[in-house]
Design a protein around this ligand. Structure first.
Ligand code: ZN
Length: 78
């Protein structure tokens, strides 16, 4: 798991999916401050969306845009 692989796994991780990648995500987040910040920000954003819409899953287009935003953030300076 590195900074480029993280965004892909992060979606499942934040979704609460018990993917095998979850442990790797957490390990990387412990070691990498940049990804920790991105993860926290994303987690709060997802929570905000969900509490606003009272839904369990994000609409696919919103999730795709969120993931794209995360990837842009990951590849640029924090
Ligand atoms: Zn990282």
């Amino acid at each position: 798991m590195n900074c480029r692989e993280l965004p892909r796994a992060l979606g499942d991780y934040l979704d609460g999916a018990q993917e095998p990648g979850g442990a790797e995500v957490e390990r990387h987040l412990k070691a990498c401050r940049k990804c920790r910040i991105v993860c926290e920000t994303t987690r709060q954003t997802v929570r905000l969306y969900r509490s606003a819409w009272k839904v369990c899953t994000l609409p696919a287009d919103i999730e795709a845009r969120l993931m794209a935003a995360i990837q842009r953030r990951m590849s640029g300076p924090v």
